[in-house]
Ligand binder design. Sequence first.
Ligand code: NAP
Length: 255
Amino acid sequence: MDTTSKIAVVTGAGSGIGQCVALALCQAGWSVALAGRRRKPLEATVGKAGANGARTLVVPTDVADPAAVGHLFSETLARFGRIDLLFNNAGIFGPTVSFEDIPYGEWQAVMNINVTGMFLCAREAFRAMKRQDPMGGRIINNGSVSAHVPRPNAAAYTTAKHAITGLTRSLSLDGRRHDIACSQIDIGNAATDMVKNLQVDGAGARQANGRIAPEPTMDLDHVARAVVHMAGLPLSANVQFMTLMATKMPYIGRG
Ligand SMILES: NC(=O)c1ccc[n+]([C@@H]2O[C@H](COP(=O)([O-])OP(=O)(O)OC[C@H]3O[C@@H](n4cnc5c(N)ncnc54)[C@H](OP(=O)(O)O)[C@@H]3O)[C@@H](O)[C@H]2O)c1
């Protein structure tokens, strides 16, 4: 069992924000359990970690499956002995169709992964953090600017991300007596495949007025640095909510 550094669990660690944050945590000295459905991208993250890869653990996990999430946390505890941080990040964007055409199955998939998946991971982290000595830890939920305002044709994603704000507030309150802090980072347009996939015919993303327009993005590194900062605070201090976005994206403002 390796208990020499602080221990993190990162979901969605095989790509995009999750991978970048996992690598930055490793770089900052953390040991990191890497979760996501596919093993290969998780192993690619280990490869990118170089020598720090020795402080990682790959656990292929579907966050929507309670048994798989239980296995992720028991494997992490078996290897590292405690859990100081959960970066609750895994998510999908889901259907981008007119509201009345949203298929029930696709709505359900977004809720299962983006809401229930984050609940299941938070519950396992909460249990471990409450039990361990010294007690406590931090959960950072990956919300979105969609936790504030919607993109057009994205009701499932928007609903799920609004729900995460409720999860964050509840965890913050219920976690207090166990020294469990909970934060939420609401990101806007970090350059990942998820944002690339919002492109309509390569011309940009659909805007509130129906137009298609290119949108600025920001480098993932800014997100990673912010999460490492949030993760590194003592449990007596907490970034409750942080909005981190491409400065000139069409979020602030109205017609
Ligand atoms: N990029 C942005 O600007 C932005 C803005 C706001 C919020 N976010 C949030 O950031 C998070 C990461 O998104 P991203 O932009 O980095 O996109 P991404 O590269 O598509 O990452 C999503 C990750 O989630 C994992 N995942 C999906 N379903 C899963 C499941 N059922 N169980 C376990 N892992 C699962 C995927 O791996 P597998 O497919 O292998 O499972 C993938 O690694 C999401 O919650 C997203 O809503 C992103």
